[in-house]
Every structure is written in C-alpha cells, then in structure tokens.
Design a protein around this ligand. Structure first.
Ligand code: HEM
Length: 184
C-alpha cells in the first residue's frame, strides 16, 4: 500500500478525535480558546522542532518549514508579549517523537497535514472581530502554496522510504502527544 494512503487510514480515528477534542470550530470562534490552543502548539513546536532539527537530513527539509515565527506572530497579535511567549510551558514529551527516524517521518506528516485542515480553520475564523488581519498564520502557514508544500512533503517522505509501520506509529504517537498536551 502507498505510504500516503496507509498513514491517512491509520490516523483517521486519531485525527477525528483530536479535531473533536480541540473543538475550536464553532459558530462564534472564541478568542480565549484560540489563544490557549496556540500557546499549546507553541510549547509543542519549540521542543519538537529542536529534536527534529538534530538530524541534518531533517534540518535540511524541515528547517524552512518552521512554524515558530507564525506562532510568535499570532500570539503577539492576540496580545502576548515576547517575554510572555518565552515563558510559556514546554511539551517535553514531544522530543521523543524524533528519536526514531522512520517514526519522525510520520510525525512530520501530522504537522504538515495540519496545514490542510488549517485552511478550513482560517475560513471559519474569517470575520471574527478579534482575528488579526490575514487570519491566524499558524494554521495556514503556506497560504496559496499549501498544495505545493504538501506535494513537496510527500516527495521527500517517499524518497526517505520509511518502514510504513514505523511511520504510522510515529504519526499515531504524535496525535496522542498533541491530544494529551492540548486537551488535558
Ligand atoms: C478543528 C480542527 C481541524 C479540522 C477541522 C481539520 C480538518 C482537516 C481536513 C478537512 C483535512 C483534509 C484536507 C484535504 O484533504 O484537503 C485535514 C487533513 C489533515 N489534518 Fe486536520 N483538521 C483539524 C485539525 C488538525 C490537527 C490539530 C492536526 C494535527 C496537528 C491535523 C492533522 C491533519 C493531517 C495529518 C491531515 C492529512 C490527512 C491526509 O490526507 O493524509 N488536523 N484536516
């Protein structure tokens, strides 16, 4: 089975569960809720990206895709100061997601895939009076290039050719880590 099909199928339930637990899409998008969720993603990305970047071949791919600038921009737009952002709690459990290189491909799959649903989130946010100009950039970091970046991820992942079971386990562990961290 193709890796993309396999990862999608083996994480569909975890995706649905996280989406439901986050409960950020609603009739009246809640500023406080989004601030909390973005603070959580910040604590995840700081630890996770540092661990991912420790492998040169991952740094080369993921380095330019870092979403920390977007998180800082969005948190700033919602009123957090730089000092407050630096003091946010960190998700230490995220580091282990990079331990195994094949699992790490599955982990990157989850975060890159989140930019697809992110477009939908930003559409749901459009018009809320507290949302910064242009939307929350974390959810849709690539804008009109989302499809292109997603295809680029798959080209890279297929070239790395991870063991499918390991990649799937990495993706599932990533969803589980996010759910435990963001929805505690
Ligand atoms: C309210 C929250 C969310 C909604 C409404 C949502 C919605 C969606 C939608 C509609 C897609 C399919 C897009 C397409 O095929 O063009 C998608 C894909 C995906 N989302 Fe989410 N999502 C949400 C949150 C998340 C989160 C928090 C993550 C992980 C951090 C995530 C990870 C993924 C992944 C990995 C895919 C790719 C699935 C695949 O095709 O292989 N999503 N999401």
């Amino acid at each position: 089975v193709e890796l993309a099909t396999y990862l999608r199928a083996t994480t569909a339930a975890a995706h649905a569960q996280l989406e439901a637990a986050l409960s950020i899409i609603s009739e009246e998008p809640d500023r406080r809720r989004f601030l909390t969720v973005l603070e959580g993603f910040h604590g995840f990305h700081v630890v996770w990206e540092k661990a991912i970047r420790q492998r040169p071949e991952f740094l080369a791919f993921y380095g330019p895709r870092t979403r920390l600038p977007q998180l800082r921009r969005d948190l700033g737009a919602l009123g957090r100061t730089a000092a407050e952002i630096d003091a946010l709690p960190l998700c230490q459990a995220a580091a282990a997601l990079a331990d195994d290189p094949d699992e790490a491909v599955g982990s990157i799959y989850v975060l890159e895939g989140s930019t697809l649903g992110g477009q939908l989130i930003n559409r749901a946010l459009a018009g809320a009076d507290w949302v910064p100009e242009g939307g929350l950039s974390y959810f849709s970091p690539y804008g009109r290039r989302t499809g292109e970046m997603w295809r680029g991820f798959w080209a890279w992942a297929e070239e790395r050719d991870p063991e499918p079971e390991l990649a799937a386990r990495g993706a599932q562990r990533t969803f589980a880590t996010l759910q435990a961290w963001l929805c505690a």
